[in-house]
Design a protein around this ligand. Structure first.
Ligand code: ARE
Length: 453
């Protein structure tokens, strides 16, 4: 059986809550890894918007999500639960032009770009017009590779990653996490760092980690970064939303060719913390349609799936539930936090049992908004799923490719103590199941493990 690979992105969860979730849920539910928010010390601005953690001021691992000791204890707890830890690494830049102050963890810095904790002085940053050709040092044209890589993104001080000193400092930061057991990194703003610079930084690491890069489609091309690791597949997430708007029968063959990365290079997601705020993807506010998109992602044969799980919000800057000083409070599911990963527990089991065989068989669609397919060979399937994104029920004699028997619907949840959570699904001797899929709903069933032959 192929190794588990699903990532739960517990975005902006504090470390003690991540640790508890690894033990209580992620491990038992079969998640391979948890992705956590940027752990470096960061800018601490008035009203504590969520985004201040994307403005590093030091590399000491004391942040608004917890202390370095709590971070280390989280890694230990997740490993004990069989869950790897991937970290959002903000290494393209430091905070830009903020007044002299201290970060959440106490690292001090000055507005003229001295960051003693990280070991940076002003010469470690790109300057304009020498390195960056724009009149204010900011990126204004995202199609100009020099601007993208040498100018400031969103006003953030752009590190001179071609310098060996800067590469050493960044590698030192990543190695400090590898030493604590961290297994992988999401490289924030990766396209703003030349591939050669990232390769040089990666070569300085004490152990080769899982490596997924944020390269939003444009310049330079996503494909340039494939040689280093995976890339986040923004086209997948954006177009998935489009399919749920125009009709999901168009999902046949989804992710094949065209604008999409090869499956082996892609980390896929239905939404992330940026796209849920700019509405370029589905998100938790889309309700049942969002659930169906996550069901599809986990059932489909493309990329490594990430289930995003952040906090609910009504305006862009709103911080995660935090105390008066901005330190994030322990997570309470369904009280300010989405906890989408819990709802997907049954589908993670479906993914884990089927993803070793990329075959999709027994495809069926109604020509508009309902689909069904098996995973694995048509007559000896590993699992079968039906998704109805339409407004009326779909009743059909579906060929599942499964043996005769009674199966639990995993969309409703993992079976508990051998009992199904919802109504069971019956498959006859011809592999056919007579099923009514309710509007905006799905069903998924899994073959019992087979013995050889
Ligand atoms: C905040 C304020 C800004 C202010 C800045 C500095 O919102 O108004 O100028 O602070 O004071 C996050 C937030 C930002 C926040 C920033 C720093 O999203 O709002 O700025 O933190 O605190 C490009 C990059 C891509 C990047 C997106 C946002 O290519 O890497 O912009 N995404 C990552 C993270 C973000 C994070 C950062 C990077 C910074 O996921 O959450 O910013 O660390 C086209 C282009 C894309 C471009 C996109 C922008 O599609 O092709 O390249 O993405 O437009 O919409």
């Amino acid at each position: 059986m192929a190794a588990n690979d699903v990532i739960a992105n517990l975005w902006e969860w504090p470390w003690t809550s991540v640790a508890a979730e690894c033990t209580g849920r992620l491990g038992p539910d079969g998640y391979a890894a948890v992705q956590v928010a940027p752990p470096e010390d960061s800018l601490d601005v008035d009203k504590h918007p969520w985004w201040d953690v994307y403005q590093p001021v030091g590399y000491d691992l004391n942040s608004r999500f917890g202390t370095k000791d709590e971070f280390a204890a989280m890694v230990t707890a997740c490993h004990a639960a069989g869950v790897k830890v991937y970290v959002d690494a903000v290494i393209n830049h430091m905070t830009g032009g903020q007044s002299s102050t201290a970060g959440y963890g106490g690292a001090t810095y000055t507005a003229d770009r001295h960051f003693p904790d990280a070991g940076y002085t002003p010469g470690d940053f790109h300057a304009y017009p020498v390195d960056c050709p724009t009149s204010d040092g900011q990126i204004s044209d995202y199609n100009d590779v020099t601007q993208v890589q040498n100018c400031n993104l969103l006003g953030l001080s752009d590190l001179r990653t071609e310098s060996d000193h800067v590469r050493d400092a960044i590698a030192g930061y990543l190695n400090s996490m590898i030493a604590l057991g961290v297994d992988g990194f999401r490289i924030d703003a990766a396209k703003h760092i030349p591939v050669a610079d990232l390769a040089a930084i990666k070569a300085k690491l004490t152990k080769q980690p899982f490596w997924v890069q944020e390269v939003i489609p444009g310049v330079p091309p996503m494909a340039d970064y494939e040689s280093l690791g995976q890339v986040l597949e923004f086209n997948y997430a954006r177009n998935l939303r489009g399919q749920f708007v125009t009709g999901i029968s168009g999902l046949k063959g989804y992710g094949t060719g065209g604008v999409y990365e090869p499956s082996d290079s892609a980390v896929v997601f239905v939404t992330n913390h940026d796209t849920e705020r700019d509405d370029s993807t589905l998100d938790y506010t889309d309700g049942s349609i969002y659930q169906l998109a996550n069901v599809f992602m986990l059932a489909w044969n493309y990329g490594i799936p990430t289930v995003f799980s952040g906090f609910t919000f009504t305006d862009y800057d709103q911080p995660p539930p935090s105390d008066a000083k901005g330190f994030v409070k322990p997570v309470v599911c369904d009280d300010g936090w989405e906890c989408e990963h819990r709802r997907m527990a049954g589908m993670v089991a479906f993914h884990n049992a089927t993803h070793g065989d990329p075959t999709v068989s027994n495809w069926w669609d109604d020509g508009s908004n309902a689909i069904a397919f098996s995973r694995g060979p048509a007559d000896r399937a590993l699992g079968w799923v039906a998704i109805n994104a339409g407004d009326s029920p779909t009743t059909q004699a579906f060929q599942t490719g499964l043996r005769a028997g009674t199966y639990c619907d995993l969309v409703r949840g993992k079976p508990s103590a051998g009992s199904c959570v919802g109504a069971p699904i019956t498959v006859d001797g011809n592999g056919v199941a007579q099923v009514t899929v309710a509007p905006k709903s799905a069903v998924a069933i899994l073959a019992a493990p087979r013995t050889a032959g």
